[in-house]
Design a protein around this ligand. Structure first.
Ligand code: CA
Length: 236
């Protein structure tokens, strides 16, 4: 998973004890700070008292269902990201949940890896909106400059080039994780979003362009490395 710069805090609202505990454990393993509740009113109370980066909200909860909980939270002008969990696979439920202000929706039984990716994506997105990185918006390495705010870069020859939104997003993701491998899956989820899956070839083409821009010898890249079968790594 993408390394967290700070411990994001999650609220998990789930009345099935075994699932609640399993979610808590796995989220903690991912580095999140986790609070759990097992009923609807408990969620309302918790968000009043504490800040959360995300709520994982079961729809079928005792005392107040998840959709009503979500609606109540939104009426209080709280826009904490909410990811619904539901046992029912009905599109009406999904639509209702999203209409009431939910950000995402997952049907039980779900794939844990998928949940983790969605949680990570919502938390990351929320963080970016809240903390626009105006101060650290320029990144320099090996005589090259990436200006994320202006969507521009200065390449290895000192030429200014425009960057597309996706190019800038991918460069930001890779440089933020300098020295770490970022998986193809993470790149697709974070840069392209999980609704539209481009082929992984798309990422390769982006990397080829980055090498053209930034590598003095694009056949022996020093900065943009492909890690076969896993993903990509940027080194300064
Ligand atoms: Ca339930």
């Amino acid at each position: 998973m993408v390394a967290k710069q700070y411990k994001a805090s999650l609220l998990i609202a789930e009345d099935e004890e075994s699932l609640r505990e399993a979610l808590k454990l796995n989220m903690e393993l991912e580095g999140y700070e986790v609070t759990t509740v097992d009923n609807g009113p408990g969620v309302i109370k918790a968000v009043k008292n504490e800040y959360f980066d995300l709520i994982i909200l079961d729809i079928m909860l005792p005392d107040m269902d998840g959709i009503t909980v979500c609606e109540t939270i939104r009426m209080q002008h709280n826009d904490v990201p909410i990811l619904f969990l539901s046992a029912r696979n009905s599109s009406a439920d999904r639509v209702e949940g999203l209409k009431k202000g939910g950000d995402d929706y997952l049907t039980k039984p779900f794939n844990l890896e998928e949940l983790l990716l969605r949680v990570d994506k919502l938390v990351t997105k929320n963080k970016k909106i809240k903390e626009p990185q105006t101060i650290n918006d320029v990144y320099e390495f090996d005589g090259c400059v990436i200006d994320f705010g202006a969507h521009e870069c200065v390449d290895k020859d000192g030429e200014k080039r425009e960057l597309s939104k996706k190019e800038a997003a991918l460069l930001r993701l890779l440089t933020e994780h300098e020295g770490e491998v970022v998986s193809r899956e993470q790149i697709l989820q974070i840069v392209w979003g999980y609704n539209v899956y481009p082929t992984t070839r798309t990422i390769d083409n982006f990397i080829l362009n980055f090498r053209k821009f930034f590598e003095r010898d694009s056949r022996n890249p020093r900065h943009f490395h492909s890690i076969r079968g896993i993903g990509y790594k940027f080194t300064k």
